[in-house]
Write a protein of this length. Sequence first.
Length: 128
Amino acid sequence: MPEHKPKPVSALLIQEFLPVMKFQDLAESVGPADQPESCAVCLYEFEGGEEIRRLRNCRHIFHRNCLDRWMEHDQKTCPLCRTQFVPEEMKDEFNQRLWAASGVPDLHSEYSHDTVAFDGFLYGGGHY
Ligand SMILES: [Zn+2]
Ligand SMILES: [Zn+2]
C-alpha cells in the first residue's frame, strides 16, 4: 500500500477548469475596486508576479498554491464564501470528464449522469 494518497481526481480537474494568471495581469483586467489585497487562505498580500487562480463562480482569487492545497483536501467550494468551484453550466462537462478520468466507464451504463448518487459524490455537503 502506498503511503501517500494520490490527489483526488476531482481536484486535478478543477485545477484545469480554473484559469491560472499572474496577479498583475488580473489587476490590469479588472478595476482597482475589484482587486482583493490578500489571499484568504494564507492571509498574505498578493504580489504582482505571483500566480493566482480566480474562481469562475464567485470571482474570488487565491494564490495558486493555496487553492491547490485546499483542493487536495477534497474541498470543492471557495474557502471564502463556500461557492462551488464548478459553475452550474459547466457541471455536465465536468462530471463527464471526472468519470472518464476516474476510469469507471461501467457506471455510465448503470446510471444516468444526473443521478443523485453522483451529485452526492461531487457536491457532498451541498445545500440543494
Ligand atoms: Zn495564499
Ligand atoms: Zn468565493
